[in-house]
Design a protein around this ligand. Structure first.
Ligand code: MG
Length: 343
């Protein structure tokens, strides 16, 4: 029982409060252990579910997009709704989406031109990702009953049985590879809301990155993947080590951050490691394959700055150690909700 507690924005932060809510209220009802043909279930809190069917596995993921403002430098809610779901499928190993659903919830009074612009951008993102919307739904709520537009997308992908990639698969000695600079999406959104942009060069990284994931999978042994969305790189790395029961050491100077993002982050008091990315992937990679995987990712559109950022360790289990070049500290997850409606 909740003792009359009400939902707060922290419940949707993707970090501690969300995890508490999921464990107490959702997993207690639906999160039974994976068994039989369910290889990855809700209890794994991974980026999607994996159902085994004969010699293939079906990967399913879903996400609701509530970003504000609806359009921002580098993208809009439509592009985000496609990329977010395509990327969650990709980091489970399903780099060729079979189908996407699109469920629109729209506030009465919304301009049809605006809605069509968002659908145009969904169409373009689908083309980039090589997928299509194959079923959907439209609901309209009264003016003031919802703020603008909410888009839910569900993605379905198929991989050969046993070839999905969990986020918990890293083991000591693995290299940690990052596909590009972090912080762009979260910092851009916040700067946009605060009404400033340093020299106008902040831009969200929102993009489908299934091509970068496919290139990485082709180039070497990938042991784990996660897209560092809500809670940013810090949250993704902490989830990966916590689930695998290992530690990690990460070299801060190896983590790419754009100058504009670092500068805006400093002004806003936000660490680029703590905020959402919408076109990035963290990989655990067999150390022997790390250079080959980085090279492969660098050949893709969003992967030019891919780098090895650290390694998985046996010690410091459940913790991420950040080597700053001057000393070492734990890289912890951001607490609570700093940036609601970021994705
Ligand atoms: Mg994800």
């Amino acid at each position: 029982m909740s003792d009359g507690e009400t939902v707060t924005v922290a419940h949707g932060s993707g970090t501690g409060k969300t995890r508490e809510f999921l464990e107490e209220s959702v997993l207690s009802r639906f999160g039974g252990d994976a068994d039989g043909d369910l290889a990855v279930g809700l209890g794994a809190l991974d980026d999607g579910a994996v159902h085994e069917l004969g010699d293939r596995s079906v990967v399913v993921t879903t996400d609701s997009h509530v970003v504000s403002p609806l359009s921002f430098p580098g993208g809009d809610i439509g592009r985000l709704a496609v990329a977010g779901t395509v990327n969650d499928l990709a980091v489970m190993g399903a780099t060729e989406p079979l189908a996407l659903t699109c469920s629109l919830v729209v506030e009465a009074g919304t301009s049809v031109d605006l809605l069509e612009g968002i659908l145009d951008s969904m169409e373009a993102a689908c083309e980039e990702a090589g997928c299509a919307v194959t079923t959907g739904d439209t609901k309209v709520m009264g003016s003031g009953e919802i703020d603008g537009i909410v888009i839910n997308t569900t993605g379905v992908g198929v991989v050969p049985r046993g070839e999905h990639v969990p986020d918990a698969g890293i083991s000591p000695g693995d290299a940690l590879v990052l596909s590009g600079p972090v912080g762009d999406h979260g910092i851009t959104l916040l700067a946009e809301r605060e009404g400033f942009d340093i020299d106008g060069d902040l831009e969200s990284d929102v993009a489908p990155v299934n091509d970068a994931v496919a290139a990485a999978l082709d180039a070497g042994t990938v042991t784990a993947m996660k897209d560092p969305t809500r809670g940013g790189l810090a949250t993704a790395l902490n989830e990966m080590v916590r689930k695998a029961g290992v530690g990690a050491t990460v070299d801060e100077t190896a983590i790419p951050v754009r100058d504009s993002v670092a500068a805006a982050g400093e002004l806003l008091g936000i660490d680029p490691f703590d905020v959402a990315n919408e076109g990035k992937v963290v990989f655990g990679v067999d150390a022997a394959d790390a250079d080959a995987v980085v090279e492969a990712i660098r050949t893709t559109q969003m992967g030019a700055d891919a780098a090895v950022i650290g390694e998985v360790t046996e010690d410091n289990a459940g913790r991420v150690v950040l080597d700053t070049g001057f000393g070492r500290r734990y890289l912890s997850e951001p607490e609570g909700e700093q940036l609601p409606r970021i994705c």
